[in-house]
Design a protein around this ligand. Structure first.
Ligand code: BGC
Length: 750
């Protein structure tokens, strides 16, 4: 045993010398890869089957509600080399203890990988991903990932289970909070930006982490929005809608992929050879490793495609899945399965190699403690850089849904000389819930509440605060105090919505309105006749039909994280002009779901005069707020579209522009959106597809020309024979402030 450890130590020295030589001479990637190959091959040669299975095993640590804890049972697994990777083990102190066990007490001393769900920040909590997406700001999004990586890696993490790139068109599904919404084009760009941010250009740098793109695949298409439910899709829809963000993330260099819980075409993803091998490896050439979602291999038993865990392990393994998260079945059954010839040892070696390669690329063989520096951790957590970004991103994520004129002017922004406001609702003075779902390590004690934010931003305004109502339930004992606060104030600000557990995993809702009691309080406050501003804080689109009809100003503020209160207060009082735009359609009621902007036209498109067209008889077809919608305190007008040509060939690009004028009194930002419709295709095409956008700052009274170019790439789709190309014909182009409002023109492709 000792000999092997010494051998490993010798390798470390060898690698260090090699790195120094390379740095001094040329940066020859091939040589590094060759050396990595030699190192890993000889390590694999030393490994027993059990140790190999251990490298394919990932367990959650013994972290409990009260903090990190070294649990005897998994410490034994670690020491025996039966668990090569851990998640939910963070903080330098804790991770050092665990890494020491792996390095000093296992036979081969192979370092552990430390994973965590760093979904929207580590300690400093950024807006939930769906909110962040509303910024439409790729540079900011990349920066969020980079800073998340910096903070998490300072606490020992070298692998995040993000980005979550599941396209989501059903707001009943609680996990819509974790992704970027309904659009494929936007989702793909954002997926790539996140991967670049997390991984940087050098995985071995102490401030970068491996990204894990998830959940592969089509998890967002769960029937009826019920989490973990069945998915049944055509290959066309899979490839057109659900796969592109994964491909984009992998093209950006994502090193790992997580399987999804759902079945696809009758086979759970974790045992699905078509997904894990044919698409991922053979078509896309992915060379990182695949990890399952939590116990997803074992769940193939209740799915009903295998009779027991051993069969499940064989199915997943042979489908192409490298690592078993938390199920413990690889570690338990791989040795037996090899003996019985049900799986091949050469394949086992290939899987182990992919995992060890990542440990090598992270620099863990060179220095297993490179991410474990207590001084760096102390300096980095909640640093100014992180907090400033949290504030900036939170402001960019807010979406102004409605802002009516009353008494001659718009309700928002509020004047800082307003004498008094009533601040009411369960989210008005609340630190924890604003952090939103998956604030795994987030520290609520640092969160700025709305009450505190308003006190800072508008210190002269007197605030009459009342919680008024709880998130759920039917008690009305708090109503009287809330009504009284409203009565004695000039303006009422209501902070309503969801708590952090009402969205996210295992938090599907069948009704997605404001919880009944909150709505009831809103109605009673509204009846007082005071100007009311509604702040909707939630992890999903909320149905707001009554509010839209009755409340003059509505801001959708999601769950914005640590700096939420400050960001919202700055928007409320006009220090920041909101510019966020929805990346998920807001339906009028849950019966309209699934509803998304790039639907098909059907053979009987809506016609109000014709009963026999595609529509509801009890609700409009249009959503309440369409994809891309979002107002601001400016007022932008769009000119007609001008184009450099009306006809293009497959090799040409077409350039078009619009002039946008800020007619308002506030400097502002506009997210200008470009949509295209292919009027006749070999298969039906959506009525609109986003193909470009620009976020431009325009000063009050000024104009700006915004130019887009279109190439045949933007017009390509899966044609009737499933080849991906642009078909000649007529197209409509639409440039607008949302998917529903803008100017259009026509062109053709020869
Ligand atoms: C979730 C994943 C997550 C994993 C580890 C699962 O329940 O579906 O998204 O990464 O747990 O925490």
């Amino acid at each position: 045993m000792k000999k092997n450890r010494l051998k490993y130590a010798g390798y470390s020295l060898f690698i260090l010398l090699l790195a120094l030589t390379l740095a001094a001479s040329s940066n020859d990637k091939k040589t590094v890869n060759d050396e990595m190959g030699v190192f890993i091959d000889s390590l694999i040669n030393e490994m027993t089957i059990e140790e190999k299975a251990g490298q394919l095993t990932l367990y959650t640590s013994g972290w409990t509600v009260t903090g990190p804890q070294l649990r005897d049972d998994y410490v034994e697994e670690l020491k025996a080399g039966r668990a090569g990777n851990l998640f939910n083990a963070h903080t330098v102190d804790y991770a050092i203890k665990l890494q020491k066990i792996a390095v000093e007490e296992t036979r081969l001393g192979i370092p552990l990988l430390f994973g965590l769900d760093v979904i929207h920040g580590y300690k400093t909590t950024f807006p939930i991903p769906l909110a962040e997406a509303a910024s439409w700001d790729l540079a900011l999004i990349e920066k969020t990932a980079r800073l998340s990586a910096k903070e998490a890696s300072s606490a020992g993490i070298n692998w995040t289970y993000n980005p979550m790139v599941d396209i989501a068109r059903d707001p009943r599904w609680g996990r819509v909070a974790e992704g970027t919404g309904e659009d494929v084009y936007l989702g793909s760009l954002m997926a790539a930006a996140k991967v670049r941010g997390y991984q940087g250009t050098d995985l071995s740098h102490h401030a970068t982490v491996m990204a894990c793109v998830k959940h592969f695949a089509a998890y967002g298409a769960a029937q009826a929005g019920r989490d973990y439910h069945t998915v049944d899709l055509s290959d066309r829809v899979l490839r057109e809608t659900y796969l592109p963000p994964f491909k984009a993330a992998l093209d950006a260099g994502a090193t790992t992929v997580m399987t999804s819980f759902n079945e696809l075409d009758g086979l759970p993803a974790s045992g699905n050879h078509y997904l894990m091998t044919e698409i991922l490896r053979d078509e896309w050439g992915f060379d990182g490793f695949v990890v399952t979602d939590y116990t997803a291999i074992n769940e193939m038993v209740p799915h009903g495609v295998v009779a027991n865990n051993k069969e499940a392990a064989a199915l997943a393994f042979n489908a192409g899945v490298e690592m078993d998260m938390q199920g413990g079945v690889y570690s338990k059954y791989i040795p037996e399965l090899i003996k019985e010839g049900q799986i091949e040892e050469s394949r086992l070696d290939a899987y182990v190699r992919r995992v060890l390669e990542m440990k090598y690329r992270l620099g863990l063989f060179e220095d297993p403690y490179r991410y474990l520096n207590a001084d760096r951790e102390k300096e980095t957590l909640f640093s100014k850089e992180l907090m400033d970004h949290a504030l900036e991103l939170a402001k960019e994520s807010i979406v102004l849904l409605k802002n009516e004129n009353i008494k001659g002017g718009p309700v928002l922004p509020l004047s800082k000389s307003t004498k008094s406001i009533a601040l009411i609702g369960p989210l008005a003075d609340n630190q924890k819930d604003m952090l939103g779902t998956w604030h795994v390590a987030g520290d609520e004690s640092k969160a700025i509440t709305l009450l505190k934010g308003i006190q800072e931003v508008a210190p002269d305004v007197s605030i009459n605060y009342a919680r008024g109502v709880s998130f759920q339930g039917s008690g009305s004992s708090g109503f009287a105090k809330a009504l009284q606060a409203a009565r004695k104030s000039d303006v009422v600000v209501m902070a309503l919505g969801e708590n952090y557990q009402q969205s996210g995993e295992a938090a599907s809702r069948s009704e997605i309105g404001l919880p009944a009691n909150q709505l009831e309080l809103l109605r009673q406050i509204h009846a007082l006749g005071k100007p009311v501003v509604l702040l909707v804080m939630a992890g999903r689109p909320i149905t707001l039909e009554w509010s839209d009809q009755n409340i003059p100003a509505i801001l959708n503020t999601w769950h914005l994280g640590t700096m939420a209160g400050k960001a919202i207060a700055e928007v409320l009082f006009g220090d920041h002009n909101p510019s966020g735009k929805l990346t998920m359609t807001f339906p009028r009621n849950a019966g309209q779901i699934p509803i998304y902007y790039n639907m098909k036209n059907t053979g009987r498109p809506f016609d109000a005069k014709n009963k026999y067209t595609s529509k509801y008889i009890d609700v409009a077809n249009e959503p309440l707020y369409p994809f891309g919608h979002g107002l601001g305190y400016s007022d932008f007008s769009y000119s007609e579209i001008s184009m450099n040509k009306k006809e293009m060939t497959q090799n040409e690009t077409l350039s078009l522009s619009v002039n946008i004028k800020n007619r308002g009194k506030h400097d502002g930002k506009e997210i200008v959106q470009l949509y295209i419709r292919d009027l006749v295709g070999s298969v039906t095409r959506p009525v609109k597809e986003l193909k470009g956008f620009q976020k431009v700052a325009i000063k009050a009274g000024e104009s700006r020309k915004v130019t887009f170019s279109i190439s045949s790439n933007d017009l390509a789709f899966y044609t009737r024979d499933m080849s991906h190309k642009a078909e000649p014909g007529a197209f409509e182009v639409f440039v607008g402030t949302s998917s529903a409002k803008g100017v259009s023109a026509k062109f053709s492709l020869k």
